[in-house]
Design a protein around this ligand. Structure first.
Ligand code: HEM
Length: 365
């Protein structure tokens, strides 16, 4: 029942007057209606509606993670919101297939009418990127221009405002830094872990050195790769080196945060780490979802416009492919498996530490 007590009417509730009256093809205004422009508009509008829903979910996650303390059950709610975003992303990728039923020649019937408008001006997409943690210094430079130069003043201000907010990446970093158990009192976990890693690396190195099927040239390549991996491990155990990498923009999470993320992954079978593990996995899923969407969109742009520049003025598919590579947010989490060792090689935790990590249920008297 509506607030004024007249029965709620479907058409009014969804404001279909406004939504269904919002498709105004430019080609028709020119007097040469292009059949496929309707599809082009509807697909873009559907995208923007889904971006709105993604922002709605993302804001809920930001609110949860932005608290001084984050309760376990709230992490569960954040996991659920991330999962919903991920399902929407799948849908968005699939929608591009519908748009690709429009051929490049069909697109040419109205493409010039669109210049200089472009998805490049999608305000909601920029806000999503900024809220996730993409900062201007991490963005591709386009002929020295800021990504907001193509927006109206009002929209430019709105998007710039979101650059100043604490992003999801920031919140996740702070939350990880607060994770207890990164040090275990008397038990020096990291010394034990490093010992296990060194053993694993030494074993793997011996295999490369003595493997009968590897010739001298290949052996040299493999050994060089090993040395590189060892250097990465060293940074993990050397806070100063890690901070250098951070300053160079090669790492985004702090040293303490990455150690906590590593611990959560390695000991995810411990009940207390289940939910944090699922949350970190959810972040990887949505980062992958946006990267997959960007790559798919770049491919679609390539087949639609070939080597032409975009209506927004970038190099076209070349720009989009480079953005898909560069505009990742949670790369630190993607790189984490470099530091994994098999469960069987993990240091055995002392029993008092194990007890702290597990949930214990007191028997009712
Ligand atoms: C025929 C279909 C499409 C083509 C050929 C195309 C092409 C392009 C190109 C070339 C760019 C780079 C900017 C420029 O120079 O214009 C771009 C950016 C963008 N497009 Fe599309 N696009 C298409 C459909 C879509 C759809 C359906 C969406 C959904 C909202 C979309 C969203 C975006 C976004 C968000 C950007 C900015 C990406 C970034 O800067 O990382 N595009 N598009």
């Amino acid at each position: 029942m509506a607030a004024d007590s007249s029965p709620l009417y479907y058409w009014d509730y969804l404001q279909l007057d406004r939504i269904l009256d919002a498709q105004k093809p430019e080609s028709a205004k020119r007097g040469v209606p292009a059949h496929d422009e309707m599809l082009f508009i509807v697909v873009h509008q559907a995208f923007e509606l889904w971006f709105k829903q993604i922002l709605h979910e993302l804001d809920a996650v930001l609110k949860i993670m932005g608290g001084d303390t984050v309760a376990e059950k709230d992490v569960g709610r954040a996991v659920h919101a991330l999962r919903r975003i991920n399902e929407i992303q799948r849908l968005l990728i699939d929608q591009l297939g519908v748009l690709e039923t429009m051929t490049p020649l069909d697109f040419l019937d109205f493409r010039d009418d669109l210049v200089p408008a472009s998805g490049f001006q999608s305000v909601q997409f920029r806000i999503i990127e900024n809220r996730l943690g993409l900062r201007p210094r991490h963005r591709l430079k386009i002929k020295g221009a800021a990504y907001t130069d193509v927006l109206s003043t009002e929209h430019g201000d709105l998007v710039h405002g979101t650059e100043e907010e604490t992003s999801l990446l920031d919140h996740v970093g702070q939350w990880l830094e607060r994770t207890p158990f990164v040090s275990f009192g008397d038990f020096d976990f990291w010394r034990a872990y490093r010992g296990a890693v060194d053993e694993m690396l030494a074993r793997d190195r011996r295999i490369v050195e003595t493997h009968p099927n590897i010739d001298a040239e290949e052996r040299a390549v493999q050994l060089a790769r090993f040395d590189e991996m060892t250097t990465t491990f060293t940074a993990l155990f050397d806070r100063g080196r890690w901070e250098e990498l951070q300053q160079q923009g090669r790492r985004r999470l702090s040293h303490r945060a990455i150690l906590a993320a590593l611990l959560i992954n390695l000991y995810r079978d411990e009940p207390i780490f289940h939910m944090p593990f699922r949350f970190l996995t959810g972040l990887i899923d949505i980062d992958e979802g946006f990267t997959a969407w960007r790559q798919r969109h770049a491919l679609m742009a390539h087949r639609m416009i070939g080597g032409r520049i975009g209506t927004g003025g970038t190099s076209g598919h070349g720009y989009l492919e480079a953005a898909a590579r560069k505009h990742r947010i949670f790369s630190d989490l993607f790189d984490l498996p470099t530091y994994f060792i098999p469960r069987s090689a993990l240091p055995e935790l002392p029993s008092d530490v194990r007890n702290q990590l597990g949930f214990r249920y007191a028997q009712n008297p």
